[in-house]
Design a binder for this molecule. Structure first.
Ligand code: OGA
Ligand code: MN
Length: 258
């Protein structure tokens, strides 16, 4: 039995009394169920977890992304574990300036991210999450009907200008549960296919803004050793830029095979 404490009425739960350096297969099965139910899981006090152990734990949920990332370098000697420094973006842009999810410029869609806090300021630079399944549920019936079946283009933007844009549905349907989520985001989605340019721009802007509905949000406060894992198909996230002190994080992304 997992010791889970829901963080609000929409998404997110804290997982207590665990040490992610060692676990059983039934623990992983329970955790997969919890990730499905809560979409974001927060585990504090995992300072002793090494990059290898983080990678091994994450790979219980899928295959790690080992490809080079256009912005984030690997932790030296640990291919697949990225060193994330949110303010350390080429051209000085803070990467947290946009709501986004970590999968869209890739062909596969079901990515889970595992982000571990290594060095964090005493307060601030929290991460916000938004529940995109709940966002879908807030849409009116005519709007749902209109969006169903539409696809949109997703690209890396300035981070990788030569990469081919990838087409994904605007409404993502989980093939296992049938659960639907809004799958467009400000950082990567450029265009809804089949609409006129200005129709696409207007509609996307409104869809992107759904992340700012407070009832859909979760706020994660980092401490050294906090590990947060999330489902990138059903959530978006945003780094709160409330102070200059950057943080150092390790991240593994895994794909479940679709
Ligand atoms: C990421 C990311 C958010 C944060 O690692 O994909 O967006 O708050 N991080 O560090
Ligand atoms: Mn991200």
């Amino acid at each position: 039995m997992l010791n889970l404490k829901p963080m609000n009425g929409t998404l997110g739960a804290e997982l207590h009394e665990v040490d992610l350096r060692q676990y059983s297969t039934s623990f992983i099965d329970d955790l997969k169920g919890a990730l499905h139910d809560y979409k974001v899981l927060v585990v504090h006090d995992q300072t002793a977890l090494t990059p290898d152990q983080l990678l091994r734990f994450a790979e219980e949920f899928g295959e790690a992304e080992r490809a080079e990332h256009p912005i984030w370098a690997d932790v030296p000697g640990h291919v697949g574990v990225k060193n994330i420094r949110p303010m350390n973006y080429p051209t000085g842009v803070d990467v947290g300036d946009s709501w986004h999810t970590d999968g869209p410029p890739r062909t596969n869609t079901q990515w889970f991210s595992f982000l571990q806090a290594i060095d964090v300021p005493e307060y601030g630079r929290d991460t916000l999450f938004a529940d995109m399944t709940a966002a879908y549920r807030r849409l009116s019936e005519p709007m749902r009907t209109f969006l169903e079946g539409l696809t949109a283009m997703n690209s890396w933007g300035v981070a990788k200008p030569d990469a081919t844009p990838v087409e994904h549905p605007v409404i993502m349907t989980d093939p296992d549960s049938g659960v639907k989520s809004l799958y467009v985001n400000r950082a990567y989605t450029t265009r809804i296919n089949g609409l006129a340019e200005d129709e696409s721009r207007l509609l996307l802007d409104w869809l992107f803004r759904q992340t700012s509905v407070p009832e859909l949000q979760l706020r994660v406060q980092w401490r050294p050793g906090t590990l947060t894992m999330w489902d990138n198909e059903k959530t978006q996230h945003y780094i709160v830029r409330d102070q200059q002190h950057d943080r150092v994080m390790h991240r593994v992304m895994v794909n479940t095979g679709r």
